[in-house]
Design a protein around this ligand. Structure first.
Ligand code: NDP
Length: 271
């Protein structure tokens, strides 16, 4: 009997990617910038997951987030959070804490981001640079720091490494790669965006190293070139395709993934 259980475990492990229903998923998730685009796609994808107990979908303007607020599901909590505003992040923390408390937060997804046109041969604009860094780089660190007590609670419950325990996922971009930089090929107005995402990758890696003793994963993803307001209509994949791949890959995480910079399917990107 124990031999047959062992064989079943080996088979499940071998085909983990093909068996989403048996994959370990988080039960509590918070997603920033969840009112549209990839953030909204991730909310919808996680609502399909049976293990989910609470999804905290944050947006800087809940009154205008009709696509989010029209979703009828009592596991969904729509909260206000402007990732540039520390007091709104702390207010969101208090609200999440009131709902989950000792249970802790399994998965934080730093998704909110902006793209700003900026090229080396244009007028220097310090304010524009500060703004994109504030949203794409500074905010994911501040949000992670403020929510760390809840992520820690979840990590301290023990168990295998993974998003079902404790993880911080940062939605970066392939444009943050220094090694794969092809700036001339249609992306020459993206220097500010590239810089902000490369710095986000460094933040992610530092969190991976610093939080490793506590069993908290830190990962960065490129979600693909996605049909959103940012990606444009001619982008290669739909929001649903991107979100499904991200949720699937997140469910495969174990200790070896911490510190990784990944494509949505889980293959590594050169830093
Ligand atoms: P969208 O422009 O469609 O959505 C961006 C989201 O971020 C919106 O919900 C927006 O909210 C939110 N946001 C922006 N600033 C703030 C802020 N200060 N506080 C709170 N929320 C904020 O972009 P995508 O969905 O395409 O992008 C999501 C992530 O994926 C970003 O980090 C982006 O860099 C990354 N990415 C996207 C790619 C693509 O092809 N689409 C490719 C590679 C990476 P609001 O509606 O209030 O503005």
């Amino acid at each position: 009997c124990s031999a047959s259980v062992l064989v079943q475990l080996l088979v499940v492990n071998r085909f983990r990617r093909l068996l989403p229903s048996v994959m370990p998923h988080p039960s509590t998730v918070l997603i920033t910038g969840a009112n549209r685009g990839i953030g909204l796609g991730l909310v919808k994808e996680y609502l399909k997951v049976g293990a989910i107990k609470h999804i905290f979908a944050t947006t800087r303007n809940p009154d205008k987030a009709e696509d989010l607020t029209q979703i009828q599901d009592n596991r969904l909590h729509v909260l206000r959070m402007d990732v540039q505003d520390d007091s709104s992040i702390k207010e969101a923390f208090d609200q999440v804490n009131r709902v989950i408390g000792d249970e802790g937060l399994n998965l934080l997804i730093n998704n909110a981001g902006i793209w700003t046109s900026y090229a080396v041969n244009e007028e220097p604009n310090r304010v524009a640079l500060q703004n994109i860094f504030n949203t794409n780089t500074t905010a994911p660190l501040i949000v992670s720091q403020i929510f760390l007590p809840l992520i820690r609670k979840s990590a301290q419950r023990g168990g295998d490494w993974g998003a079902q325990r404790a993880a911080i996922v940062n939605i970066s971009s392939g444009m943050g790669s220094i090694g794969e930089n092809t700036s001339g090929s249609g992306h020459n107005k993206s220097i500010a965006y590239r810089m902000s995402k490369a710095a986000l990758n460094q933040m992610m890696k530092t969190l991976a190293v610093d939080l490793e003793p506590e069993g908290i994963l830190s990962v960065a993803f490129c979600p693909g070139w996605v049909q959103t307001d940012m990606g444009g209509k001619s982008a290669m994949i739909t929001v649903d395709e991107s979100a499904a791949a991200l949720v699937n890959t997140i469910s495969t995480f174990d200790k070896q993934h911490t510190g990784a910079y990944l494509r949505r399917q889980g293959n590594k990107i050169e830093f």
